[in-house]
Design a protein around this ligand. Structure first.
Ligand SMILES: NC(=O)C1=CN([C@@H]2O[C@H](COP(=O)(O)OP(=O)(O)OC[C@H]3O[C@@H](n4cnc5c(N)ncnc54)[C@H](O)[C@@H]3O)[C@@H](O)[C@H]2O)C=CC1
Ligand SMILES: O=C(O)[C@@H]1CCC=N1
Length: 265
């Protein structure tokens, strides 16, 4: 499957980010990628990089082997219904990144025996730093290896049970927004205590990156690392406890729960 051509149906925020990540990773050359969208103007930078951009989904599917579906949940059924005659089980595999649409629903729409994967990446896929949760149905070992390799080039990949896909969406995909809001709020605090916005943003972002790398590179537990920073009677513990009195951890946990309820209800 090494030389497979990839079509991304729906080149919006996530679809275009996947194309960017694929190009950076060199998993495929840009000429192996087609991205579709109704209004092509936003895809011109990808075209300049060598990607084929088009509004013709049928042609994109016919010209490709791996079909990444990055449409909104509300129009995926209608669009795929109109395209299903183009899927060939002896050639194609489908990877859906659509939130909340089950493998069985995708299989019922396509109705062809085409292997189907669900992947839940996040927008850091554009810089090969996504976490992508993956589940599948009717795929061969070679196809599973190919899809896992593809997302491994774009960050890390975790195979999960489909029943955890909504939870993966919240923690990993929505999680980008939560983390960025933390950085934005830290920046605003940093401005209040004296930094200009640009410097405060740089310090906040690099600090979050460093904190995450302590866990990812050294395998440390967050609380053990917090203990190292909290000098007795020092300023860290005072600030941290004030944040907790104001509901810091609780608001995050409740927000994650609210996002999850929105998907599953
Ligand atoms: N944005 C994110 O961070 C993440 C999004 N997702 C899921 O990925 C999917 C896409 O999300 P976004 O990229 O944010 O949405 P988006 O709205 O930015 O992208 C969807 C794109 O599909 C295009 N489109 C609509 N009808 C089409 C058609 N018939 N043919 C070709 N293109 C068509 C739209 O013009 C749009 O550019 C959604 O199901 C979302 O739940 C999953 C993980 C993260
Ligand atoms: O907010 C949403 O519904 C989608 C799912 C994950 C990221 N964006």
């Amino acid at each position: 499957m090494k030389h497979s051509k990839i079509a991304i149906i729906g080149g919006g925020n996530l679809g275009a980010a996947i194309a960017e990540g694929l190009i950076k990773s060199e998993f495929v050359v840009p000429q192996q990628i087609t991205v579709t969208r109704r209004n092509l103007a936003a895809l011109l930078p990808l075209e300049t990089a060598g990607v084929t951009i088009t509004s013709d989904n049928e042609k994109a599917i016919k010209d490709s082997d791996v079909i990444i579906v990055a449409l909104k949940p509300y129009n995926v059924k209608e669009v795929l219904e109109g395209l299903k005659k183009n899927f060939d089980p002896s050639r194609h595999i489908i990877i859906s990144v659509v939130t909340g649409v089950f493998l069985k629903d995708l299989a019922a729409i396509v109705n062809h025996g085409v292997p189907i994967f669900r992947a839940m990446p996040n927008t850091a896929i554009a810089i090969q730093e996504s976490v992508t949760c993956l589940c599948y149905e009717g795929a061969s070992d070679i196809q599973i290896k190919y899809v896992t390799d593809l997302f491994d080039q774009l960050g890390i990949t975790i195979a999960i049970d489909e029943k955890l896909m909504d939870a993966a969406t919240v923690l990993g995909a929505c999680g980008i927004a939560y983390a960025l809001r933390f950085i934005r709020a830290s920046t605003q605090g940093g401005i209040e205590i004296g930094f200009d916005a640009k410097t405060a943003n740089l310090i906040a972002a690099q600090t979050v990156k460093g904190a995450a790398e302590l866990l990812l590179k050294l395998g440390r537990h967050p609380e053990a690392e917090i203990d190292k920073v909290t000098t007795p009677k020092g300023c860290t513990i005072v600030g941290l406890n004030e944040m907790e009195h104001q509901g810091f951890s609780s608001s995050l946990i409740k927000g994650i729960g609210a996002s999850y309820d929105k998907i599953v209800k």
